[in-house]
Design a protein around this ligand. Structure first.
Ligand SMILES: Cc1cc2nc3c(=O)[nH]c(=O)nc-3n(C[C@H](O)[C@H](O)[C@H](O)COP(=O)(O)OP(=O)(O)OC[C@H]3O[C@@H](n4cnc5c(N)ncnc54)[C@H](O)[C@@H]3O)c2cc1C
Length: 488
C-alpha cells in the first residue's frame, strides 16, 4: 500500500513528464519572503560548485538551499575518487594521459550511451576541475593518481591522513561559501519552481520547519542529485527497472527532476543507472541497506550461477560484474518474465566457506546437501532445478556453455550447495534532466527554459562510473557561471 501511495504522489508531481509543454505559472504576485540573483537547489558537489562559481563570477547574491541538516549529499559520502587528466598531480608524477584516451575509456565503460557533445566537455574539463579544487578551494588530495575504471592512471583521491574520501570537501567548501557570503539555508526543501508568464523562472517554493516560503530568483540551478533512493520514480520513468530497491544516499529522491519536469523540462536516459546486486530477503524483509544486504563476493565467487524464480538458468553469469548493466538488464528482464522480485545465486558451499563469505545480519544462506534438498529449501520446483544443474554440469564437463557462452570458470557444481535470492538495487542514476552545453535546461522541443540550469546527477548523460564526481563539480561550475551571467 505504501508503495502505491508513494507512486501516486510521484505520478501526480510528474505530470510534466507526460505532456506539460507549457510552463506552469503558480504565482502571480511577487510576494517573496527572500530574494537572490541566483538560487542553487541542493548542496552536494554540483550545488556547492555552482554556488561558489556563481559568486566568483560576480552574481549579486547567491542562496544555496539544502534539505538536510548538513551539506554534502552523496558527494561527501563517496570514496572521493575523481577522474582527470593533465592535472598538477599527474604532471608532478610524470603521468601522461591524452584527451582521446580519457574520452574513449569513459565512452567504452558507458557502452557509448552518453551524449558525445556533453561528454566531451566533462572529459575536457576533468583536469581543470581537479586543479580548481586544489587551487581555488584548498581541497587535500593524495600525492599520486591511481589506476581505476579502466587501464588509465586517472583517478585522483580526495583526502589526506586526517580526513578521507568525499568528506574532505566539507571544510574547503564551507570556507568558500562563508568567504563569498553565500546564504546557505539548511533544512530547507525546495518543492516547486515558480515561473513567470513568459516562461522564465522567477523563484522557488520551499518548506522549512517554520512553514512554506517563496524565494525569488533571477536564475536557478537544480543540483538535487539523482533518484537512487526512489525506486518508485525509477519504475515510473523506466518500467524495465521495476522491482529495484534504492541504496543511494537517502536524500536522492529525484526532487529536482520532478520539479523541473513539472515546469516543462525534458528527461532523458532514465534507463541508464548503476544497480548493484543485493540480498533480496534482507532488502525486502529486514529493511536492509547496501552493507547489510551485500552479496558481491557471493556473486563474484568463481562457480556461482544464476537461476530465475522457477529454477531456470538464463544468462552468462560472468558477462559483467555484479553492478553492470550487462548482468542487471537480463536479471530485471527475468524477474518480470517470471513475476518474481528476484533471481537466485547458487554456489558450492565449500567455495563460499573457503572465501569466508558470510550472509548479512548473521543470517545463513539456504543450503542443500543434494540439488533436490536445495530445491525444497529454496521452494522451487525440484525437477526443474535438477534438470538445470545436471545440464549445466554436463556443459561444464564438455567445457562449452552452449546456452549462454560462459567462457570463464565453467565449473561443475557439486557437493553441498548454497543459494541466496538477489535483486539489482539502484545506487547511482545516470539519466535525468536534459540540458545543453551551457547547462541550460531543455524542453522536449529542444528550446531552453530561461533562467533554469542543472548540474550533477540531476542531469542526464554526460558521465559514467569514475566520472560522476568530476561531472558534478565540472557541470556545477558551468551552471553557476552561466546562471551568474544570465542574471546580468
Ligand atoms: C556510496 C557511493 C560512493 C561513490 N563514490 C564515487 C567516487 O568515488 N567517485 C565518483 O566519481 N563518483 C562516486 N559516486 C557517485 C557520486 O558521488 C555522485 O554521482 C555525485 O556525488 C553526485 O553529486 P551531486 O551534487 O549531483 O548530488 P549529491 O552530492 O547527492 O547532492 C545533492 C544534494 O541535493 C540535496 N537535495 C535534494 N533534494 C533537495 C531539495 N528538494 N531541496 C534542497 N536540497 C535538496 C541533497 O540533500 C544533497 O545534499 C558514489 C556514489 C555512491 C552512492
Amino acid at each position: 500500500m505504501k508503495k502505491l501511495i508513494t507512486l501516486f504522489t510521484s505520478a501526480f508531481l510528474l505530470a510534466g513528464v507526460a505532456g506539460c509543454s507549457n510552463p506552469v505559472t503558480t504565482e502571480t504576485a511577487d510576494n517573496f519572503d527572500k530574494e537572490a540573483a541566483v538560487v542553487v537547489i541542493g548542496a552536494g558537489g554540483a550545488g556547492l560548485s555552482a554556488a561558489v562559481e556563481a559568486a566568483d563570477q560576480g552574481a549579486e547574491s547567491v542562496i544555496l538551499l539544502e534539505k538536510m541538516s548538513s551539506i554534502g549529499g552523496t558527494s561527501f559520502v563517496s570514496q572521493g575518487m575523481i577522474a582527470g587528466y593533465d592535472t598538477q598531480i599527474q604532471k608532478a608524477t610524470n603521468v601522461t594521459i591524452t584527451y582521446e584516451q580519457m574520452y574513449e575509456n569513459l565512452m567504452n565503460n558507458a557502452s557509448y550511451r552518453l551524449d558525445p557533445e556533453l561528454t566531451k566537455i566533462t572529459v575536457e574539463k576533468s583536469g581543470e576541475t581537479i586543479d580548481w579544487l586544489i587551487d581555488r578551494l584548498n581541497v587535500p588530495f593524495q600525492p599520486e593518481a591511481i589506476v581505476g575504471y579502466g587501464p588509465l592512471q586517472m583517478m585522483h583521491i580526495i583526502g589526506n591522513e586526517e580526513v578521507k574520501g568525499g568528506f574532505a570537501l566539507n571544510e574547503p567548501f564551507m570556507n568558500a561559501l562563508q568567504e563569498k557570503g553565500v546564504d546557505l539555508m539548511l533544512e530547507t526543501k525546495a518543492t516547486e519552481i515558480l515561473m513567470n508568464a513568459d516562461g522564465s523562472v522567477k523563484g522557488v517554493k520551499v518548506e522549512t520547519a517554520e512553514g512554506e516560503m517563496n524565494i525569488g530568483a533571477k536564475a536557478i540551478v537544480v543540483a538535487t542529485g539523482g533518484y537512487a533512493y526512489n525506486p518508485e520514480l525509477a519504475e515510473l520513468l523506466t518500467p524495465e527497472v521495476a522491482g529495484t530497491f534504492g541504496i543511494g544516499h537517502p536524500a536522492c529522491t529525484g526532487d529536482g527532476i520532478i520539479m523541473a519536469s513539472n515546469v516543462g523540462a525534458a528527461l532523458t536516459h532514465t534507463d541508464n543507472m548503476m544497480a548493484v546486486l543485493k540480498d533480496y530477503e534482507i532488502m525486502a524483509e529486514h529493511n536492509g541497506n547496501s552493507n547489510t544486504a551485500n552479496v558481491s563476493r557471493f556473486i563474484a565467487s568463481p562457480s556461482t550461477i544464476l537461476v530465475d524464480g522457477n529454477g531456470v538458468r538464463f544468462v552468462d553469469e560472468k558477462s559483467g560484474g555484479y553492478m553492470t548493466q550487462e548482468l542487471n538488464s537480463p536479471i530485471f528482464d527475468r524477474m518480470h518474465k517470471t513475476d518474481y522480485g528476484y533471481v537466485w545465486a547458487i554456489a558450492p558451499k565449500a567455495e563460499i566457506e573457503a572465501s569466508e563469505i558470510k550472509r548479512g545480519l548473521d543470517m545463513e544462506f539456504i543450503s542443500g546437501e543434494t540439488v533436490e534438498e536445495l530445491a525444497t529449501n529454496m521452494g522451487v520446483d525440484t525437477q526443474t532445478l535438477v534438470e538445470t544443474i545436471t545440464h549445466y554440469n554436463e556443459m561444464a564437463v564438455a567445457g562449452q556453455d552452449s546456452d549462454f557462452k560462459r567462457t570463464t570458470t565453467l565449473n561443475v557444481l557439486e557437493g553441498e550447495l548454497v543459494a541466496v535470492k538477489v535483486v539489482p538495487c539502484e545506487i547511482i542514476t545516470y539519466g535525468g534532466i536534459a540540458r545543453n552545453e551551457k547547462a541550460e535546461v531543455l524542453k522536449a522541443d529542444g528550446s531552453s527554459i530561461a533562467g533554469l540550469y542543472v548540474a550533477g546527477e540531476a542531469s542526464a548523460n554526460s558521465a559514467y562510473m569514475g566520472f560522476t564526481l568530476s561531472n558534478a563539480i565540472t557541470w556545477g561550475r558551468i551552471a553557476g557561471a552561466n546562471a551568474a551571467a544570465y542574471t546580468k
